[in-house]
Design a protein. Structure first.
Length: 179
């Protein structure tokens, strides 16, 4: 698997340094795009305050998203990092481009991917259309993390699975509590 990971990583990372505007887009994707999910989620919540049914649905969706993000990022990914400290690409490959400074902490699974895929899955439980949109944003952010030299492709995939699993746990627990 490592050879496939390295090959895919090198392909994405080869986009760095071609044009300064491409580098700027990659930095935006890797560092700021995921947070647009949080802003959009807040706006969805805010615009439905007058409609009590939608407000309650969005309230549940918002809390589940937050709980799923916290569970995935601060519990599951940290637990995995504790037992498995996989080096980041910039720690191993010396002929790659790193666009974003980052500490040399564990790479697998990606905490960013876990957090934002957890939010996307939580939204998907309530709205397939918005959920798909959030999944696309989360995936695009994950690709940016690879392009910027911060993660291996399998880190993003692992983070996505941790996030989706976390959202499923929270959603199941909340539905059980509501019934």
């Amino acid at each position: 698997m490592h050879a496939i990971d390295t090959t895919i990583f090198r392909w994405f990372n080869s986009l760095v340094g071609i044009r300064s505007w491409i580098d700027a887009v990659i930095v935006f994707k890797s560092e700021y795009l995921g947070w647009s999910i949080v802003v959009i989620l807040f706006l969805l919540f805010l615009f439905e305050i007058k409609n009590e049914t939608l407000f309650r649905k969005n309230w549940n969706m918002g809390w589940e998203s937050l709980a799923s993000g916290i569970l995935s990022r601060l519990v599951f990914t940290e637990l995995i990092h504790f037992f498995w400290n996989r080096p980041r690409p910039f720690q191993i490959l010396h002929d790659m481009h790193q666009l974003v400074a980052h500490e040399s902490s564990g790479s697998f699974p990606s905490g960013h991917a876990a957090f934002f895929f957890a939010i996307a899955m939580s939204v998907f439980f309530y709205s397939r259309k918005w959920g798909i949109f959030f999944f696309i944003i989360a995936a695009y952010m994950g690709i940016g993390r690879i392009e910027a030299g911060l993660h291996w492709p399998s880190d993003i995939l692992g983070g996505a699975l941790v996030g989706i699993f976390s959202a499923w746990i929270i959603h199941a627990a909340c539905n059980k509590k509501r019934t």
